[in-house]
Design a protein around this ligand. Structure first.
Ligand code: XIL
Length: 389
């Protein structure tokens, strides 16, 4: 099946690149950007994405002691059985995209609604998959009552009760929890680089430590993860995020806080060429040297600035996956890779990063008809080539 999905390099070179130059120009990209797109397309055209055999991504990952999975959600898996079936075959782990966020779970300050997350847990058990929690403490998607209810006096109790209620409910059944999500935002101007979130406003920087200790108590078996974004590129932003996150993790570890892994979201850009494998390897091994595992938690590749031609776009997206995963999977501390969605049929990027030419986005391993794309091949190949854990 997938064996035959080799594109013709010659065709790509003759037609694709010429078309690309035109499309890049029509997208209004600068000469420099057009050149980068062209160079990327050439590199993608020269990459062999052949995959041997017809095993699923979850099987290929498992063969190396790795976990592969993706995010999805209640309404999707419930209403789209064809997708739910494919998801179960390809994924060894499910993370709810929204249903375990505070807003989804907490209709009032004293109540929990676990109907939808329980349904998801049940789905994972039926498909023999792991279940992953995202996220206990975040500045975003807080319940509507949060603003008028939470203050400096009650914030700690509300946070700890939330963690105990939610992590406690799924204790023993969760592979891992993103205990704290996106606590770092150096552009808020604090010397420690932390984000000015409501939790920080009420509790100070110790809220992170309090959250991890409460999670460890509520579910001693789940792997406790600090999850964040924007660390991957060789840009000023990437450099700053890497430095601040490493310092945060170092500080937490030195205080005996039970943080056990770093989650790297990995929302990639297909047109971004500033990826420096050496610097990234160094960051991953620095994190590992703190005794932490690493998970790739929300992988997708935005095709916003890529050419309209689907075959061309898919090659560049696949090459982006390949370049990234080959570096990431070289680090033995990396234990899991999750996409943020599995098929282009259901992706948050359809709204967030809609293309100016109106053509549907193609950031994930499966297309809208649930056919594997070259991105699928790139991920499968990365697992096949990974060292066993
Ligand atoms: C996003 C979901 O995909 C959207 O559907 C939702 O509206 C907002 O949140 N980083 C995270 C995720 O940690 O929780 C975000 O998920 C995407 C960015």
């Amino acid at each position: 099946m997938h064996k035959n999905r080799v594109f013709s390099r010659r065709r790509a070179l003759v037609f694709g690149v010429g078309a690309l130059a035109g499309v890049s120009a029509s997208l209004g990209l600068s000469k420099n950007k057009q050149w980068q797109n062209w160079a990327q397309a050439m590199a993608a055209a020269n990459t062999d994405f052949t995959v041997q055999g017809d095993k699923s991504m979850r099987e290929r990952a498992a063969a190396k002691g790795l976990i592969y999975g993706a995010a999805s959600d209640y309404a999707i898996l419930l209403k789209d059985p064809e997708f739910a079936d494919r998801f179960g075959k390809e994924c060894g782990i499910l993370v709810p995209e929204g249903m375990l966020k505070m807003k989804g779970l907490r209709p009032t300050p004293t109540t929990f609604n676990f109907t939808r997350s329980d349904w998801l847990l049940d789905y994972t058990q039926k498909h023999n998959m792991l279940f992953r929690g995202h996220t206990l403490v975040w500045h975003n998607l807080l319940p509507d009552w949060f603003k008028e209810t939470v203050n400096a006096q009650n914030a700690e109790k509300i946070m700890v009760d939330h963690i105990k209620g939610v992590a406690g409910r799924y204790a023993g059944k969760m592979h891992s929890w993103d205990v704290v999500n996106e606590a770092v935002y150096p552009w808020d101007g604090r010397s420690d680089g932390l984000r000015n979130s409501p939790w920080l406003d009420f509790l100070g920087p110790d809220y992170i430590e309090i959250a991890f200790r409460a999670a460890a108590e509520a579910d001693p078996n789940a792997l406790l993860v600090y999850n964040d974004n924007r660390v991957q590129y060789d840009t000023r932003e990437g450099e700053t995020m890497r430095t601040v996150i490493f310092k945060l993790l170092e500080r937490l570890k030195s205080k005996g806080v039970p943080v056990q892994a770093l989650g790297i979201q990995s929302h990639l850009w297909g047109d971004e060429v500033r990826f420096n494998p050496e610097k990234y390897r160094k960051f991953l091994s620095d994190v590992a040297s703190l005794g932490l595992k690493i998970l790739i938690t929300e992988l997708d590749v935005t095709d916003l600035n890529l050419p309209q031609d689907e075959a061309e776009r898919d090659r560049i997206v696949a090459k982006t996956y390949e370049d990234y995963l080959s570096v990431v999977l070289d680090e033995p501390a990396v234990v899991a890779v999750l996409n943020w969605g599995l098929s282009d049929r259901h992706t948050w990027l359809s709204e967030l990063r809609a293309r100016p030419d109106g053509s549907p986005v193609r950031p994930l391993p499966f297309d809208r008809d649930l056919k594997p794309k070259l991105a699928w091949n790139a991920i499968a190949r990365a697992f096949d080539q990974a060292r066993p854990r």
